[in-house]
Each structure stands twice: as structure tokens, then as C-alpha cells.
Write a protein that binds this ligand. Structure first.
Ligand code: ZN
Ligand code: ZN
Length: 268
């Protein structure tokens, strides 16, 4: 039942997951400085705001990770979930990773289609310019609700903390990559988006137009958008305006203004 742990130890996965997130983030940050896709000023100030939000989120994610590890182990004793099928460990891990990614797709879509959840998720979309630090820009309430909802779902699936760590090891660099402001040839972007959401795909997801930002919800795999009809692409994104009208104005980009945003009357 714990066979994935025979393939990877949990501390190894944890270190790999943090290491990949940090080194991937730093590498993309450097590349954005050398050859950005869109030239921007005040890059460091922008990063400070986004990383401050990320810092607050870590205060939720660390204890929640410990609680989740304990709860998943405990629930497996009475409900093995997918473990009932006795699949080979590597195959079981693939199925669980696909199921987690499907949930991430549905959760992201729900954030766009539910007025209450959009209040929190719109903080991510209010970023006027997109770069690797945008991949960490989320309101703490969005993170809290997400953690609350995914725990029972993962218990039902029979996922272990090792599966979650493996998923995070794969997903975090992909999310950093598709938010990054690096120049990649359009042909490479086309190739990449056959498997994962590419930078051009996710840039369109940050469009100011609702018809464009209510598309391309994928986190790790682009397959769900194709399967559920939410995939959108246009060849030229040169005239694309990212962010949200009014909410992306400079005077609304301070940390406290962003934290307060979901609790004041909505304009977008
Ligand atoms: Zn979104
Ligand atoms: Zn995004």
C-alpha cells in the first residue's frame, strides 16, 4: 500500500520539490533579465509584492502539509481508495497524478465561475505584468480554501503525501515556466503546449478580456482544456493586455490593498 515510498523516500521528495521550485524560479528570473518577452520596468518592486503574498501563503502551506501527511496516512488505514486496485506503484502514481491535476483544472475553473471564489482568485489576475513571480501570487484565502477542499478529495482517492510531493515536484516548475516572461520561439511554444500549458497559452489566460481569461485553466497538463473545450490560442499576442481593468492600476498594487481586495465591492 505504501509502495511509492519504496521508490522515493518522503524527505528526498520534499528536498527535490523545494529545490526544483527555488532553482527553477531563480533560473527563469535570470533568463527574464537577459531576454524578456515583454520589456518591463520596476521588475524588483513587482517581485517584492508577489513574493510577499507568497510568504504569507507559506504560513498556511507548511502546517497544512504536515496535517495533510498525517490525515492521509490515517485515512488509508480504513479507506485505501485507489490502493484497492493493487496497481503497480508507478502506474498507481501516474493515475493519482492525473486525478490531482484534473482536480486542479476543476478548482481553477470553479475560481473563475463562482463569484465568491473569483474575489480571491482575481488577485492573481490583477497582476498587471506576468513573470515567474506571478506564479506565486495568490490571496491567502484562495490557498486556505484550496487546502480545505483538497484534503477530503485526496483521502477519497487514496493519495499519499508522497504522491502530493511528486505532483508538486512536477507541477511547480511548469507553473513557473508558463508564467515566465521569457522569449521562446512560437514553434517551440506550439510543441510544448501539446503536453503542458505553454507561456503563450497562460499569457492568454491573463488577458483583460473575460472571453480570453475564462480559458486555458490547466496546471500541469494541457489535456484537460482540450478535453473540456476550454483550450484557446491565437497566433499573435503582441497586442495582448494582461491584468484586470482598474484592479491592475499602480495604486492598487500595494500588499495591503491586494489583501483587502476580495472584501471590498467588486468592479470587475
Ligand atoms: Zn485563473
Ligand atoms: Zn496565472
Amino acid at each position: 500500500m505504501n509502495s511509492m515510498k519504496e521508490l522515493f523516500s518522503i524527505p528526498d521528495l520534499r528536498i527535490l520539490s523545494y529545490g526544483t521550485a527555488i532553482s527553477g524560479g531563480l533560473l527563469l528570473w535570470m533568463l527574464e533579465g537577459i531576454k524578456p518577452s515583454v520589456y518591463r520596468e520596476k521588475r524588483t518592486l513587482h517581485a517584492k509584492i508577489n513574493l510577499s503574498l507568497a510568504g504569507l501563503n507559506l504560513l498556511i502551506l507548511f502546517p497544512s502539509g504536515i496535517l495533510m501527511a498525517y490525515m492521509l496516512e490515517w485515512s488509508k488505514q480504513s479507506w485505501p481508495g485507489i490502493g484497492m486496485l493493487n496497481l503497480p506503484p508507478a502506474f498507481e502514481a501516474v493515475v493519482i497524478i492525473l486525478l490531482i491535476d484534473l482536480w486542479m483544472y476543476l478548482w481553477h475553473r470553479l475560481n473563475h465561475e463562482t463569484a465568491l471564489l473569483w474575489r480571491f482568485h482575481s488577485v492573481h489576475h490583477s497582476d498587471p505584468t506576468i513573470d515567474v513571480t506571478s506564479s506565486w501570487r495568490f490571496h491567502a484565502m484562495e490557498i486556505f480554501i484550496s487546502e480545505l477542499l483538497r484534503l477530503p478529495l485526496f483521502m477519497l482517492m487514496g493519495a499519499g503525501i508522497e504522491h502530493l510531493l511528486l505532483y508538486s515536484l512536477l507541477m511547480t516548475p511548469v507553473i513557473e515556466f508558463h508564467h515566465s516572461n521569457i522569449t521562446i520561439p512560437p514553434a517551440l511554444d506550439r510543441l510544448v503546449r501539446l503536453i503542458i500549458p505553454s507561456p503563450m497559452m497562460h499569457r492568454l489566460h491573463h488577458s483583460r478580456l473575460r472571453s480570453e481569461h475564462d480559458t486555458n485553466y490547466g496546471s500541469l497538463f494541457s489535456l484537460w482544456d482540450r478535453l473540456f473545450g476550454t483550450f484557446l490560442m491565437r497566433e499573435h499576442l503582441d497586442n495582448l493586455r494582461t491584468g484586470l481593468d482598474r484592479e491592475s492600476d499602480e495604486n492598487r498594487q500595494q500588499l495591503f490593498a491586494l489583501l483587502r481586495r476580495p472584501f471590498r465591492p467588486q468592479q470587475t
